[in-house]
Design a protein. Structure first.
Length: 550
């Protein structure tokens, strides 16, 4: 039994007892529900109390690998450096940490330079004793190797289970339950019904009072779910968040795909492997929605067209989300008001004011219906041209667009631009994975960032494809297809009185419309303006608008 006189003779007056759970302790607690930290405390109390030297106990609840993630141990190091204690008592040396080799060096140098004794129930280690110091080095650094071996073995087990289609990522995701026997996911019909409703509303629109469906964004869908349904979030709340809906809609497990992100250790850090090396098992989980509905949802998510932002209780008007101020580049909004005037005869006259205006002071302010009429007149003008002039005019419009100017680069320059952009996105992808592996990003944030990244990659591919179709020359403009599309658009626009449907028709033809004031208005004399419409490339494709309205 350790004697007080022996420790006092070594100069030990105060002892700091450090308690920390090991990973084995955590596993034991899961199996037996035993409080292993209390058991460790009882063991050290039985050992230290009979010695008769004052000691203080400090407990670390977490089992972080690095010193920076263990605030209690940081305080221990600080007090040992200030020589408040001459010894540290631990159940075993490895309890001080299994962090990086840099962390092990910090602990080793502290013990050696300050002659901090290490007291365990089985031995007292003196840093000035060469054999004890050798044992300390061995225990510290071998504990790290043991930790790495254990972690790699556990990770290898997860990889093997993932390859077998088993769920290895913790709690079962929304829409599924976890079968402990098969270790696979099974459909939770109650939650799956919610998933199907969300996909249906997002792809096909939410029901309206007139029996039709209204197209919605994630934000509008979140508002609709909160105000018009009793559907609760996965956490049982009624307040849906747009980001949460996006993450659910873009999660491929609802299409039967199970993905496990593999990693590798480089210079002591675990780095995500390239996406093509991830374990992907198709049909490993039951499919909650149809493949057709899944692809429709992803196409809508990746759609690059600007969507008008209107409140759920309002419907977008004809020009919503289309018009851009030439001065500041901001989207212009509709301003509508009704004013009543008394005439000279004493009668009341009602005047309806409807304008497009930029919220930036001093910017564009034009009559709303004048811009709408100009856009329709533009389409009618093109539609009435003969084949030769139509091809020439469409070519000039495309060449004048900012986007088209970028696409009229040489093939070599374009290829270089696309490759450079891809490198930037790949670097961004690597950054996202590093943040995820280091614990800076949660699963939800990671999925959100990756969805944004994939959307940008798809836009890059679409741009490249569109350019290849336009760069070949004027003969690539199918005049008959353009004329047919123009006539179809005009016919559909005139046949409906629904302002939201008209907005969808215009946004299917125009990317956006730049508005410029060339002469300010005075009184009831309206301002003179110019419009610079940017056409979408699908106007050049055959049958692009034949089935737009149902």
């Amino acid at each position: 039994m350790l004697k007080r006189e022996y420790l006092v003779g070594l100069g030990i007056e105060f002892i700091l007892n450090y308690l920390r759970k090991s990973r084995q302790d955590e596993e034991l607690e899961k199996r037996t529900k035993e409080d292993t930290l209390k058991a460790q405390k009882d063991l050290m109390d039985r050992f230290l109390e009979p010695i008769g030297i004052p000691y203080e106990q400090r407990s670390e609840i977490g089992s972080g690998d690095k010193i920076e993630s263990r605030p209690v141990f940081q305080g221990v190091i600080r007090d040992l450096r200030e020589k408040k204690y001459q010894a540290i008592a631990v159940k075993e040396i490895s309890r001080m940490g299994r962090g990086s080799y840099t962390d092990m060096g910090v602990i080793y140098d502290l013990i050696q330079e300050n002659r901090i004794f290490i007291i365990t129930p089985y031995k007292v280690y003196d840093p000035r004793n060469p054999s004890d110091l050798r044992q300390i080095r061995f225990e510290l650094f071998m504990s790290r190797e043991e930790f790495e071996t254990t972690r790699e073995r556990l990770f290898g087990g997860r990889v093997n289970n993932a390859m077998g289609g088993m769920w290895v990522s913790g709690k079962a995701p929304f829409g599924f339950t976890y079968n402990k026997k098969t270790r696979k996911l099974e459909v939770d019909e109650e939650e799956a019904a919610v998933v199907r409703i969300l996909f249906d509303y997002y792809v096909n629109g939410v029901p309206t009072k007139n029996g039709k469906r209204r197209d919605v964004s994630f934000r509008a869908l979140a508002t609709y779910l909160k105000r018009n349904t009793l559907i609760k979030t996965p956490k049982g709340k009624t307040d849906w968040h747009p980001i949460a809906i996006r993450q659910l809609i873009t999660n491929e497990r609802y299409n039967g795909v199970l993905r496990f992100r593999t990693t590798q250790r480089i210079n002591g850090k675990r780095i995500a492997r390239p996406e093509e090396e991830h374990i992907i098992r198709r049909d490993a989980v039951p499919r909650i929605i149809s493949e057709e509905l899944w692809h429709s949802a992803q196409e809508k998510v990746n759609e690059s067209a600007h969507k008008p932002r209107t409140k759920m209780e309002f419907s977008p008007c004809e020009l919503a989300g289309l018009c851009v101020c030439i001065k500041c580049g901001r989207r212009m909004i509709r301003q509508y008001s009704v004013q009543k005037y008394k005439t000279k005869e004493g009668k009341v006259s009602t005047y309806h004011k409807e304008f497009l205006w930029c919220t930036q002071p001093g910017c564009t302010f034009v009559k709303y219906r004048a811009v709408e009429e100009d856009l329709i007149a533009t389409l009618q003008y093109f539609s009435a041209l003969d084949n030769e002039r139509l091809q020439d005019q469409i070519g000039k419009v495309i060449a004048s667009n900012k986007k088209s100017q970028e696409l009229t680069l040489s093939k070599e320059a374009l290829s270089e631009h696309v490759n450079q952009r891809r490198k930037e996105l790949k670097a961004r992808e690597k950054f996202i994975y590093e943040k995820y592996e280091s614990g800076k990003y949660t699963d939800e944030v990671f999925d959100e960032r990756m969805a944004e990244l994939k959307g940008e990659l798809k836009k890059l591919e679409e741009m490249e494809t569109a350019v290849e179709g336009v760069q070949e020359g004027e003969e690539e403009i199918n005049v008959e297809a353009v004329r047919g599309n123009l006539e179809s658009v005009l016919q559909q626009y005139e046949s409906t009185n629904d302002k939201t449907e008209k907005n969808e028709i215009l946004r299917s033809v125009f990317e956006h419309v730049v508005i410029e004031i060339i002469e300010k208005g005075r009184g009831r004399i309206p301002a003179k303006h110019m419009i610079y419409p940017v056409l979408k490339f699908n106007l050049l494709k055959s049958n692009s608008f034949g089935l737009m309205m149902v």
